[in-house]
Design a protein around this ligand. Structure first.
Ligand SMILES: Nc1ncnc2c1ncn2[C@@H]1O[C@H](COP(=O)(O)OP(=O)(O)O)[C@@H](O)[C@H]1O
Ligand SMILES: [Mg+2]
Length: 423
């Protein structure tokens, strides 16, 4: 099989690394890829947003399966463009991807399908949204409906903060057109988990549960980032809980999308919160999580290429997918200043010696090559990912490997996985 992988982050490096282990896979092209992916395949100079260019490449090079990483590619309809040309691709169509790209669509779908989620109202009119605030309890949550790079959700402690959030999203257009519709929803309390499922339109195969760490600093302090680390599985999530999540959340969402005439083929990733009334959906994502995928790929024992192809062809066999019973953790090393402004171009040392021990893999994200040197080129530079017989040993291995790596300004969280054991 020849594979085309779209994207350039740590998630794509992890997917590419796992795909490269498949005996079915003869060649991997990455658009645009990164230096980590360049070691596994051939990086091509086509932007992840160039849908016609990508489809032309796939036709010309006889690509058997294209795998899409980023949310905005899915939202732009890359899957539809490929399918129109008869090309196989793993990911939902533009219509099905609305479950992530439009929170208003997603909430409406959940409400109709009886999927547990926070109470909400959707507004396009600023004045009506302001009036709604008068009869609410606080804290509450204001969300831009569209994609907003993880910045479109504002937790408001009182009415003044909510008014300011509405002004920012609806009047000042801080999130551009993504704020044309705004959701005002009930604030929920509890532990969050990430659930992922391979889906073929009708069937779903759930991964073990995982958690990520969004805030920049230890103790969940500081601004939100793209994700500073992840681990899987989550110790307190029982098989009964996973069965309930499948029955009450994943399968009804698949059925609802299928009933709308847009079956979901791809990775469905609901973000859940465990409230006193059980799990509720915070949002649905229509792709693999980053950095959850880095941890997951260390645990997946089955052939990823075969799974993704079977999803694209509508013949997934959930019972055949095998996961290791070990634990994995990913610790993100970020540029100094991230998620604020940061400098690039610092030399990265130690990345190869850090991987010498078994069970360690470093997935590159914001890196680039300057001659033979590897240098920083983004906020999240890499994810140091480790397996162990339990979470604690995965973390020990990961932090040990991290000690060998350095670049100017490097920062990382020291408490990845510390929420893992407790409730
Ligand atoms: N209703 C809610 N109650 C409490 N916290 C929430 C709520 N909705 C979102 N959050 C918090 O905000 C984060 C981001 O929200 P989410 O809906 O996942 O949007 P996105 O990932 O697109 O930014 C969540 O991970 C959660 O921590
Ligand atoms: Mg989220």
């Amino acid at each position: 099989m020849k594979i085309l992988l779209i994207g350039s982050g740590g998630r794509e490096h992890a997917l590419g690394w796992k795909l490269a282990q498949s005996p079915l896979v003869k060649k991997i092209y990455c658009a645009p890829g990164n230096p980590g992916l360049a070691e596994l395949g051939e990086c091509i100079d086509i932007k992840a947003s160039d849908n016609p260019g990508l489809a032309d490449f796939a036709l010309k090079h006889g690509i058997d399966l294209t795998v899409v990483g980023p949310d905005d590619c899915l939202a732009s309809g890359v899957v539809d463009v490929f399918q129109q040309k008869g090309l196989k691709i793993f990911g939902p169509t533009q219509k099905a991807a609305q479950i992530e790209s439009s929170k208003a669509f997603s909430k409406d779908l959940m409400w109709k399908a009886n999927i547990p989620t926070a109470d909400y109202a959707v507004f396009e009119d600023h004045k009506k949204a302001l009036d709604h605030l008068n009869c609410q309890r606080y804290p509450l949550v204001v969300k831009a409906s569209g994609l907003a790079l993880g910045k479109g959700v504002i937790i408001c402690q009182n009415q003044e903060q909510a008014q300011a959030a509405l002004r920012s999203a609806m009047v000042e257009k801080a999130f551009g057109a993504s704020g044309n519709q705004v959701i005002i929803e009930e604030f929920l309390e509890g532990q969050e988990i990430s659930v992922h499922a391979f889906c073929d339109g009708r069937r779903a195969a759930l991964f073990p549960a995982s958690q990520d760490h969004k805030q920049a600093f230890d103790g969940d302090l500081g601004p939100n980032t793209g994700g500073m680390g992840s681990f899987a599985p989550v110790g307190w999530v029982t098989p009964e809980m996973m069965a309930e999540i499948e029955k009450a959340i994943v399968m009804p969402a698949l059925k609802a999308l299928s009933d709308l005439g847009s079956p979901f083929r791809g990775c469905l990733f609901p973000g859940l919160i465990r409230t006193s009334q059980g799990f509720k959906v915070l949002e649905f994502n229509a792709r693999f999580g980053d950095p959850e995928t880095q941890s997951y790929m260390m645990l997946l024992e089955s052939d990823l290429a075969e799974i993704l192809l079977s999803c694209a062809e509508g013949r997934l066999k959930p019972a055949e997918i095998k996961w290791s019973t070990k634990s994995a953790a990913c610790i993100v090393a970020a540029s100094g200043g991230y998620p604020g402004s940061y400098q690039k171009g610092f030399e990265i040392n130690g990345i190869y010696s850090a991987q010498e021990g078994s069970g360690i893999k470093i997935f590159q994200a914001g890196t680039s090559k300057q001659g033979s040197k590897l240098v920083t080129a983004g906020g999240r530079v890499m994810g140091v990912t480790a397996v162990g017989h339990d979470l604690e040993s995965a973390l020990v291995n990961g932090y040990e490997a991290l000690k060998r790596i350095n670049f100017s300004g490097m920062h990382y969280r020291k408490d990845i996985g510390r929420r893992g054991a407790g409730k």
